[in-house]
Design a protein around this ligand. Sequence first.
Ligand code: SF4
Length: 404
Amino acid sequence: MSVWTSSRVNAGSNEDWQQRIVVLLDDMDGWSEALSPLVAKLRLGERFSRDDGMILYTHPNLNEVGRLAHVVRTARFGDKAFFNSNVHVNQTNVCILACKFCAFRRSKKAKDAYALDIAAYLEDLEQYSEYVDEVHSVGGLHPDWGVEHYEALFRATRSKFPHITIKALTAVEIKHLSQLSNLTYTETLTKLKDAGLGSLPGGGAEILDDDVRAIICNGKESSQEYLDIHRSAHGVGLSTNCTMLFGTIETLEQRLNHMISLRELADETHGFQCFVPYPYLPDHSRLPEAQLATGSEILRTIAVSRLMLDSIPHLKAYRMNIGDELAELALQFGADDIDGTVQKESIMHLAGSTTPLDHDRFQLARLIKDAGCVPIQRNTTYERFETYVPPEPKRVRRLNVVQE
Ligand code: SF4
């Protein structure tokens, strides 16, 4: 089992990945007339434009687009695929906003509204603390919780579980705390970092287009505010992820503009480590006009993201959202990370299962191996890596579809 480290900016990527693209392309041929100019651009290390992105989105051969994205993914990471051992604890579903796509939020007076106080949060986390090194906490905009509440929460968490990194609070939550506590974004983030915050998830980006936002998440931070908050986080030394919610009402051009805004900020700060595109899921929510993304569209969006976002190292197939089967395929379409052990573990244990949480880590590693990749366990900020070799199952009921 090998262990290695990397800088936050490099995040485990091969430093010579652009030269490796050329070497990989030297061994490939058969590109279509439509994609050949893009292959030539890749060889020269040139960045794809919005028009190039549109070619990738509308090219009739999805496999060819995926093949090109896989070249870039392989140049950066070889056959490694990353995961971590984490748990989600959502601190409250009480929210002063009512984004149209959101099935999670509740008003303060709703019967099923909840807000975990610090003791309850720690108790929740304790169930998983032996098996995880990251807690991912996002929630609603609670009207009474300012920055002081989160400082106390993070201090208590780090004090009780020093081995667990806190990845918490989306951009709109940072905006909300800044407003409640009358602080700038930088002041808010500095206080939270000093209290133990380790990094920010990328949630809440939705589509960085204010016309779309006015319809799907009116009242949330603007596109510029999302970028400003992440810029401030990078400025105080916090790495962040970034996301894209697609399949609501946006156009392909708006998706590409979104990617370009993120990569331009990444050029400036080098603070984004991972991009997480995920489709809108319609269950129980309130956006009947949503287009909804098909499986092919999800894979294509992952591939296009890999090709457009050359200044963000990692690309996550968010299996909690797209499911294990599509996540496995996505590892051949440009994705290199399939998130953590969290969802299955949470569901199983909230349902009362006593199965060791480690069991899910085995399943995750098997899934990665079935996709032809090598499972690598990483820490939150992609600085420490360990090759993970899952034990063989005691009874094999499955066919070996790939060479072990
Ligand atoms: S801010 Fe977050 S929790 Fe609140 S309604 Fe919007 S998506 Fe839901």
